[in-house]
Design a protein around this ligand. Structure first.
Ligand code: DGJ
Length: 729
């Protein structure tokens, strides 16, 4: 629900469990008042939320309309540059005459059922208007003609609030938009820890938690993509907030490009949380009548700890961000040849790998990198999306039909945003890559990036992929992206628009993805970026799963999936069982451990099963069978992270099926202890009075026992693991 109190100009956004309140204090100051546990109507007045006698401080400049207030002290709902608020603004523009001052006033607002899509950008959505209520607030700067519309959507049952901003230049002169954050929230107090998800290649999303300090603490990316170094997500939690108890506020950005996310704490302990497109090297030129749409920020509050916050994101992103027929389907168990063969394969090898996989129940064969141009290593051929006849002399069609004849589906790898200097594509169109005239073109993995801010280049990518997908029955596409963006600039953009490049690239990418996923609704698309370097909500809108990491070691993966699950559901994580010793870290883990970790995500295999012993093959067959039976519990059930693997020598998760009748507990020892003390892994979220039967034996436990005493588990040896299935009686 969204309530508007006309007399006090106060807005109350209410979900089943939360309230978010702001208003126009004295009809002028756009003031944030409250975000947290649900309040009932009518809510209190400004002076009850704030100590208004504190609305000015020594040295703060007073507002010109009312000398009692300084915006520098009031918690702001939409801070803009040019008034008395000297903290980080959400809006900053440079006008034709060189001035940068904006002065916005309330113009009107509109409350309506449902949610409108964001033009050209991914966003959460509704399937029926009853699922959400939205609010548009229009603000105008009468001198410059800039009009800003702030859009809020309240998902009542899902307990999430989304925010975005649209700017229209209704003035006569052109304007340079220099910063537009999607959301800021001013918290009274700084008694919070910030959690964010830093990482590296093959070591993505390892959560860090630290208390706020005065000044700025930011997670950001200037790499042209959301990156593996940081993720467009952070949470603010109370110092005592645990996995299942206490306040947790999440901020997530539905965007795949440069972003900034974090907090500025001021002298009076007010913490301004912010998230949006990174303002560095961003400058959007708006001619009279032109507009700019910010990406969507998704704000989640939970009083049930970090786990409660995660479960809200999981449900929302799984059901109202991901789209298409695969959103609600159990996806194919696949086998991928990358770690089995790397570039060294031919038709015979691929068919042999697929045949063995078919025997154990695998459903789809993915041919990874190296099938096109004359690509036998990573030195060439990106952009030449036609078959490598040396490796596949009978063409792709022949291979696809052989795989189909086995009763399996076929999937194919692409890296559509790239071009190799050694390619026909580059030789014909050297100007199509991202570059700046007269500057060197910097290579990474011997490749350049295509300039997706150009329509002709986007069309080339769409045509190449469409051609291949039209010719053979390809059921799955792995969409890879293996470098950071450098040499920022486009040959086609005029000088005053060069600052738009990063964002225009992302818009081009989204346009391509929208076109292809609409054109090929039966193809399952999986996003990938050297593993999980573009694991963000923007990509999940187009592709319901992302290859979580190039690190396929069970132990490393347990950490990566743990961190990823802070914001993203297990249904969105591609996860494969690979060979031992592991190719990334050299560790040997048992097949059971590798399977137990991978099957929590979208299960696949990435090794040559012909090299396994009969016993191992039987294990694989059992894993696939188990996964076919219970995969939906991992993917659509509620996740409870039962411990923090960084603090204990094992990692344990619990998944409760939507109907509450099946509960799965998984535990893996990361580092065994001699004479290990017995741990009791306590389950969560069960019905205290119900009986739960452990599958495979006749033991029955009551819910209160499982939640208070727990399951005894001795972490005595490396990689010891268990997967327990409980059925509610
Ligand atoms: C990086 C991906 O993460 C890998 O899985 C694989 O597809 C390689 N690229 C291929 O070049």
């Amino acid at each position: 629900m969204i309530f508007y109190d006309e007399q006090r100009e106060l807005f109350h956004l209410q979900t089943e469990k939360t309230s978010y309140i702001f208003g126009f204090l004295e009809g002028r100051f756009f003031t944030h008042l409250y975000w947290g546990g649900r309040l009932e109507q009518p809510v209190a007045d400004y002076g009850d939320f704030l100590d208004l006698s504190n609305a000015h401080r020594h040295m703060t400049a007073m507002d010109y309309t009312d000398c009692h207030y300084s915006s520098d002290v009031l918690p702001s709902e939409f801070p803009t540059f040019g008034n008395t608020d000297l903290r980080t603004p959400a809006f900053h523009a440079r006008y034709k005459d060189g001035t940068r001052i904006s002065d916005f006033h309330y113009t009107n607002h509109n409350i309506y059922k449902g949610k409108k899509p964001l033009v050209g950008l991914p966003a959460t959505y509704v399937e029926s208007d009853d699922e959400a209520t939205s609010l548009d607030i229009v603000l105008t700067d009468h001198l410059t003609g800039m009009v800003v519309t702030l859009t809020y959507t309240v998902f009542e049952q899902l307990n999430a609030i989304t925010r975005s901003v649209r700017v229209v230049n209704s003035g006569k002169e052109s304007v340079a938009l220099q910063a537009l954050l999607s959301a800021t929230v001013d918290f009274n107090g700084m008694e919070y820890d910030m959690i964010h998800l830093p990482g590296a290649w093959a070591r993505e999303r390892h959560p860090e938690r630290a208390p706020l300090f005065h000044g700025k603490q930011l997670a950001d990316s200037l790499r042209g993509a959301s990156s593996c170094q940081q993720n467009p997500f952070f949470a603010l939690v109370g110092h005592n907030t645990t996995e299942e108890k206490g306040d947790a506020y999440g901020f997530s950005l539905v965007y795949s490009g440069n972003f900034v996310a974090g907090v500025e704490v001021d002298a009076y302990h007010v913490s301004r949380a912010m998230i949006g497109i990174h303002p560095f090297d961003f400058c959007y030129h708006l001619e009279s009548g032109e507009s700019f749409q910010s990406p969507e920020a998704v704000l989640v509050y939970s009083g049930d700890g970090i786990g409660g916050m995660s479960r809200i994101y999981h449900r929302l992103y799984r059901t109202r961000l991901c789209r298409g027929q695969f959103r609600d389907k159990e996806r194919y168990v696949l086998i991928n040849n990358w770690e089995a063969t790397y570039f060294n394969f031919d038709e015979e090898k691929i068919v042999a790998i697929a045949s063995k996989a078919k025997e154990v129940g695998v459903e789809l064969m993915v041919l990874d990198d190296g099938w096109f141009g004359h690509r036998n290593n990573d030195l060439s051929s990106l952009g030449d999306w036609y078959v490598n006849k040396d490796k596949l002399p009978n063409g792709l069609e022949s291979l696809v039909s052989k795989i189909n004849a086995l009763g399996m589906k076929f999937g194919l790898w692409f890296e559509p945003e790239m071009v190799s200097p050694d390619s026909d594509c580059y030789r014909t169109h050297p100007d199509w890559c991202i570059h700046v005239k007269d500057r060197n073109r910097t290579l990474c993995r011997t490749q350049l990036m295509l300039d997706l801010s150009r329509e002709d280049v986007c069309n080339y990518v769409i045509d190449c992929l469409s051609d291949i997908l039209n010719r053979s029955p390809i059921a799955y596409v792995k969409w890879d992206y293996n470098r950071n963006m450098t040499n920022i600039g486009s040959a086609l953009l005029p000088p005053e628009r060069q600052g738009e490049f990063y964002h225009r690239y992302i818009l081009g990418l989204y346009h391509i993805l929208e076109t292809l996923t609409k054109r090929f609704p039966n193809v399952l698309f999986e996003s990938c970026s050297s593993g999980g370097a573009r694991f963000d909500p923007g990509m999940l809108y187009y592709m319901p799963q992302t290859w979580c990491s190039d690190d396929t070691d069970a132990v490393e993966r347990a950490f990566i999936q743990y961190g990823t699950s802070f914001c993203y559901p297990y249904s969105s994580m591609g996860a494969h069982v690979s060979a031992v010793p592991n190719h990334q870290v050299g560790r040997r883990t048992p097949m059971s451990a590798r399977g137990a970790i991978a099957m929590q995500g979208q299960l696949g295999y990435e090794l040559d099963l012909n090299r396994l012993s009969e016993e191992e093959l039987q294990q694989v067959a059992k894993q696939v069978q188990f996964y076919k039976q219970y995969g939906s519990v991992f993917h659509t059930g509620d996740l409870y992270r039962l411990n923090d693997p960084a603090k204990q020598c094992f990692v344990a998760n619990e998944f409760i099926a939507q109907d509450q009748n099946t509960v799965i507990m998984t535990a893996l020892v990361i580092k065994g202890l001699p004479e290990a003390p017995v741990e009791h892994i306590r389950l969560c979220g069960l019905d205290a009075k119900a009986q739960y039967r452990l599958e495979g034996c006749d033991r029955v436990y009551r819910g209160d026992f499982l939640m208070n005493v727990g399951i005894a588990f001795q972490p005595s040896s490396d990689y010891k693991n268990t997967v327990m299935v409980f059925r509610k009686q």
